[in-house]
Design a protein around this ligand. Structure first.
Ligand code: HEM
Length: 537
């Protein structure tokens, strides 16, 4: 072989590697800098000017928190807004009911949550309903729907009052010990709402009683506190990057991942991954223990009346029965549901309650009208029934209006898995949709010029532009709408009614303003300190 030919043969693999790298760099540069500006069919849609070439609008969105930036965009640009994410990835915000109907209802399987979010949700909230899509979702949802039926929820209402009456007692005792009890005491209300909703979801979801209102050392409460303490826009971005690495999501939840969790502490900026792995591991350990107890329970025959009414017990019993399509929730899927219910049903309700208390504290006349409605009921009993609470007009208006103005989940995302026309706009495959729940809820075109104001009476005289599915989207819509909607609303009603019947809430200092912070749920950044005084001994 000649020397030249030998050299060519020896360097061929290197040349191929260089060509691949150059091609990859050109591909990234084209998609980042050229395609969105000069070729994308979305490029001429209205939207804010690009201020940061690398991050697009991502940084500004994270900084603004709770979709306030997007609320401004819609005022300026209308019901279809184009923005740009990191490295030129385009995002669309579409508010019209026909667009939302296609994305969330009629063609929902073509618009799933993007992979990065499903991976994160799968880790944090288990591969349960929140994370799965397509046919798997359809079957899982069908298996779970009966556990969320109205008769089951009605049977659970009494369980709320174990936790509610404990909280009322704790607040009363602390006020009594304050230097001047008649002047009340400041409480970080988000913290207390978080404890009570954890106790309620554990009791109603799994028949588990952490009693976090009185006991801070429970295994599940402790692990879960560590996990939700990590929730921030920055951590969401970091974890999305970590789980994007092939196989990483599985590794993080494996025994080996747990064993080597402390290694993350030496990776600059990623120490929180170690806490993340540790808290998930502990949560799964408690979940498995709970499942083992349910399985043992379900082996014993009990009549329906004396059987446990928590959702997991219902799911285990339903699994033991016949299914027409042969689908059964596996043990691991049942363990995942624990994480799903915790992830989806706890912080959402806690945030909803905290925002309601804030809105009542800053609207004392509304608070008094609500007290006038609920106080006579609590004078009779401290455990009103589901139907009694359901029929209270003012309570209903306050809860719906608070969920409208300050929804616990302000925004979610979907991705187009095919190119198609949506409400007159050609949307190419791969486009990300920001589904702007808070923006839809406060859109002036639907709700009028006072759309972002808290005015509960508006629910008694809804505008002609109101669409029952697509004007108030706090629980989203379509086959992936919140399965816990009725549960969340009735829990909020029970807690709020008892709080307002017993206490008066006011801002804790003059000029106090609320600071919503959002990664997935929108909660108060400062734990929402409120001045609480006693109205009922
Ligand atoms: C005020 C309280 C609540 C609010 C505002 C709320 C809101 C939402 C939203 C917006 C979604 C859709 C997320 C997305 O697709 O991106 C959702 C899904 C879900 N929620 Fe809720 N939620 C609440 C309470 C609950 C409760 C109490 C449970 C009970 C366990 C629950 C269980 C779920 C589940 C399992 C899903 C996934 C449904 C599916 O994909 O089929 N939620 N929720």
């Amino acid at each position: 072989m000649e020397f030249g030919e030998a050299l060519r043969t020896a360097t061929r693999p290197l040349n191929v590697l260089i060509e691949i790298i150059v091609f990859f760099i050109l591909y990234v540069l084209f998609n980042w800098l050229v395609y969105p500006r000069y070729f994308s069919p979305l490029r001429n849609l209205p939207g804010p000017p690009l201020e940061n070439t690398i991050l697009g609008h991502f940084g500004a969105i994270i900084k603004s928190g709770g979709s306030t930036l997007q609320m401004g965009w819609v005022k300026e640009y209308g019901g279809v807004v184009r923005s740009v994410g990191p490295l030129g990835k385009e995002r669309l915000l579409m508010l019209r009911p026909e667009a939302l109907h296609k994305i969330l209802v009629s063609d929902w399987m073509d618009y799933p949550k993007p992979n990065f979010l499903r991976k994160i949700l799968g880790l944090v909230a288990g591969y349960g309903l929140l994370a799965v899509t397509g046919n798997e979702h359809r079957q899982m949802r069908k298996a779970m729907n009966p556990a969320f039926s109205l008769p089951n929820l009605m049977a659970q209402t009494d369980m709320y009052f174990d936790a509610i009456n404990t909280l009322v007692g704790v607040l009363k005792a602390q006020i009594a010990r304050a230097p001047e009890p008649s002047k009340g005491k400041v409480f970080p209300m988000y913290e207390w709402m978080s404890k009570i909703t954890l106790d309620v979801i554990c009791a109603t979801g799994f028949g588990y009683y952490p009693n976090s209102l009185l006991n801070p050392d429970d295994e599940l409460t402790d692990a879960y506190d560590d996990l939700i303490g990590l929730q921030s826009g920055l951590n969401l971005a970091k974890f999305s990057g970590v789980v994007a690495l092939p196989g990483m999501a599985r590794f993080l939840t494996s025994e080996t991942g747990y064993k080597f969790r402390n290694l993350w502490k030496v990776v600059p900026g990623l120490a929180s991954v170690s806490t993340f792995i540790d808290s998930l591991y502990r949560l799964r350990r408690v979940s498995r223990k709970m499942l083992a107890e349910k399985l043992a329970d379900s082996a014993v025959n009990v009549d329906d009346f004396s059987a446990k009414k928590d959702i997991m017990s219902l799911l285990v019993r339903a699994r033991n029965g016949e299914t027409k399509d042969g689908y059964k929730l596996s043990d691991e899927a049942l363990v995942d549901q624990v994480l799903t219910f915790l992830g989806a049903g706890h912080e959402t309700t806690a945030s909803g309650l905290s925002w309601s208390l804030w809105l009542l504290a800053t609207h004392p006349e509304v608070q008094q009208r609500l007290r006038d409605e609920v106080a006579p009921i609590f004078a009779e009993t401290d455990r009103p029934e589901y139907r009694v609470l359901k029929d209270l007009t003012m309570l209903d208006c306050v809860v719906m209006e608070s969920l409208r103005v300050l929804p616990p989940v302000p925004m979610t995302v979907r991705e187009a898995t095919k190119s198609d026309w949506i409400a007159g706009v050609y949307v190419p495959k791969g486009t990300l949709f920001q589904i702007p729940l808070r923006v839809v809820n406060t859109w002036e075109e639907t709700w009028g010029p006072d759309a972002d104001q808290f005015r509960p009476e508006r629910w008694l005289d809804l505008p002609s532009t109101y669409n029952p599915t697509f004007s108030m989207m706090s629980f989203i819509a379509g086959p992936k709408a919140c399965i816990g909607r009725t549960m969340g609303i009735s829990e909020m009603k029970a807690v709020l009614a008892a709080m307002v019947a017993n206490f008066e809430f006011a801002p804790s200092y003059e000029g106090q303003i609320a600071h919503p912070t959002a990664a997935i749920t929108m909660k108060p950044a400062d734990n929402m300190p409120l001045l609480v005084t006693l109205v009922r001994k």
